[in-house]
Design a protein around this ligand. Structure first.
Ligand code: AGP
Length: 589
């Protein structure tokens, strides 16, 4: 996924584009570029690396322009593959994946058209240029008609020096009025300001920004009316403050997030409808990706134990191609921090076609998922900038556990309370700072294993993902009881093994796995709420976290693992906020 931005108006475009790209850098940061025009000539500046590489372009004159920060999908990280892309009189930036790009490129090359990059985006510039007919909007509509896949486009032509044409298909795009002009962007924070009037395009829609007017068209080319987005400027803004990295700051925000999310399930005005849907839920399915998938697994452990309702948790990218069975009365939860994850959106569209009622658990307001779902439960975690999800994971658990408590009560069962988790989270963060002493055992490890049972196994999966994605260390999260069925062969002297134990009735079972690993030379690191296990000879170091209902324990036991990943990443000289190869919102397949 990438970030795109555009501006036309009274002010110089370059600084607006560059500042907007900084706000979009979380979407991809391997190369960057802008195109600015003064109405006569269009100048393109593009580099590999982060947005700061084009700071020198800030002084460029020109009142219209487009910009792009890239996460490579088609083509290596090179200047040629960086956006903007041009062909003849067309210049554009693109976020998405064109699935029939190779076929289209071959046809165009047969007609003698030359290409300078390996990207699918350059093919779009050719298609639109070949459709040029004196009206950029018509050319864009016809060009897009040949595309299969996803795109968010901003397109310029020197023939219409005050016009930007935009198009959206399965990649988010915002258009509107701001900064004394007209703007387009992948996300609100890139262009938002007090008094801005912003609109979210839906799939198949186009927009023309020219002069002082934003016009939106449906796929048939008819002008349509949309209501502007209501956004909270403060919520969209993120500052590091005294912190070195956003990730460390966002971990410290977890207690506040829990107090907001735990105590009330915030959703749109249909909560009473959602309550009724909960009353009739016979089957629950959960679809999500990455960390959100792990929060779904944690929810399954809690809901099945507290409510005795079967919960089927599926990786969204698998669900969408599995022709899933969706029994009558299925309530499907789609969990997503960004609300823009392509696989999750596709899984939701499929589930809706199969008759599921869909509830979105999402952090970003007005995201695509909120418009697809029948019900929306916001996690209220505030903007999460670091690519590695932390506070949004804890917030997802807070909402999911709140749903579990409500569902248990509906079904006449007693459920433990969620109250006080915010204070316990604050204490856990303070206690967990001791993981810094673990880092020397991890920083050079060949491989790392996280083990647990039941809810603790879900936490182990999440702890492993955190470590992998920001320290680049090979790591696995594993069911503790499964270790002896093969993976134990990989454990040898000094292999770090992190054990999570928060449920008393199976604690000793996990300790059995600890002993098995220890006897092969592993170094054991324990996260537990039971003091008696901390002093055992097998334990190299431990974090003793506050007790809470074992069904909800991941909301606390994940915190030491989040901090372990953070400090290990920093020790390895990585940027934990922007890990290599990744991006915050995966809006492509
Ligand atoms: C988690 O740290 C990763 N950033 C990634 O696994 C993420 O959780 C996944 O891409 C899902 O994103 P979403 O919650 O925005 O849908």
């Amino acid at each position: 996924m990438c970030g795109i931005v555009g501006y036309v108006g009274k002010r110089r475009a370059a600084p607006i584009l560059i500042d907007g790209l900084y706000e979009l850098e979380y979407r991809g940061y391997d190369s960057v570029g802008i195109a600015v025009s003064d109405g006569n000539t269009t100048k393109i500046i593009k580099k590999t690396g982060r947005v700061k590489e084009i700071e020198s372009a800030r002084e460029e004159t020109g009142y219209i322009g487009i910009g792009h920060t890239r996460w490579a999908t088609h083509g290596d990280v090179t200047v040629e593959n960086a956006h903007p892309h041009t062909y003849k009189n067309i210049t554009l930036v693109h976020n998405g994946i064109i699935e029939n790009a190779a076929k289209l490129r071959a046809e165009l090359m047969q007609r003698g058209e030359k290409f300078y990059s390996d990207t699918d985006s350059e093919v779009i510039a050719h298609l639109i240029a070949d459709e040029s007919c004196g009206d950029l909007l018509s050319a864009v509509m016809r060009g897009c008609g040949k595309l299969v896949g996803s795109y968010a486009l901003a397109v310029l032509t020197e023939e219409e020096p005050e016009t930007i044409v935009c198009a959206r298909m399965r990649s988010p795009l915002i258009v509107g009025k701001a900064k004394e002009g007209l703007v387009v962007a992948s996300d609100i924070p890139a262009v938002a300001e007090e008094g801005a009037e912003l609109y979210s395009l839906d799939d198949g829609e186009f927009s023309r920004l020219d002069g002082k007017t934003v016009t939106i068209y449906n796929a048939q080319g008819s002008e349509i009316h949309k209501e502007p987005i209501q956004f909270d400027l403060a919520e969209g803004r993120a500052e590091k403050g005294v912190y070195r990295h956003y990730m460390r700051k966002e971990i410290d925000e977890i207690p506040n997030v829990l107090s907001d999310s735990t105590l009330k399930i915030d959703c749109d005005s249909r909560f009473s409808d959602f309550y009724r849907v909960l009353c009739h839920a016979e089957y629950i399915q959960i679809v999500a990706c990455g960390t959100a998938y792990h929060s779904g697994l944690c929810a399954k452990a809690a809901i099945e134990r507290l409510c005795r309702v079967p919960v089927d948790v599926r990786i969204a990218s698998e669900y969408r191609y599995a022709d899933p069975i969706v029994p009558k009365g299925t309530l499907l939860f789609a969990i997503s921090q960004s609300g823009e994850t392509a696989d999750t959106l596709a899984a939701v569209r499929l589930a809706k076609r199969k008759g599921a009622c869909v509830a979105a658990i999402v952090n970003v307001k007005y995201s695509s998922l909120t418009r697809l779902a029948d019900h929306v439960l916001y996690t209220q975690a505030g903007r999460e900038v670091a690519v590695a999800a932390t506070k949004s994971f804890n917030a997802q658990l807070a909402v999911l556990y709140s749903v579990a408590v409500v569902l248990a009560e509906i079904r006449g069962k007693r459920a433990p309370t969620l109250n006080g988790l915010d204070k316990k989270a604050k204490r856990t963060i303070g206690i967990s700072e001791s993981v810094r002493s673990w880092v020397p055992y991890f920083v050079g490890a060949q491989s790392v294993y996280f083990i647990g049972r039941e809810a603790d196994m879900c936490t182990a999966l999440e702890g492993s993902l955190k470590l992998k994605e920001i320290s680049y260390l090979p790591s696995e999260g594993y069911a503790a009881g499964e270790l002896k069925h093969g993976t134990l062969a990989l454990i040898g002297p000094y292999t770090p093994v992190v054990a999570i134990i928060t449920r008393r009735d199976i604690a000793q079972k996990t300790m059995n796995a600890v002993h098995e690993a220890y006897s092969r030379g592993a170094k054991i690191f324990l996260v537990t709420c039971f003091e008696e296990f901390c002093e055992e000879k097998e334990i190299t170091a431990f974090v003793l976290i506050p007790k809470c209902p074992s069904e909800f324990s991941p909301i606390l036991s994940v915190i030491p693992l989040q901090l372990l990943a953070y400090y290990t990443s920093v020790a390895r000289g990585n940027d934990p906020d922007k890990p290599r190869n990744l991006a915050k919102s995966v809006t492509v397949e």
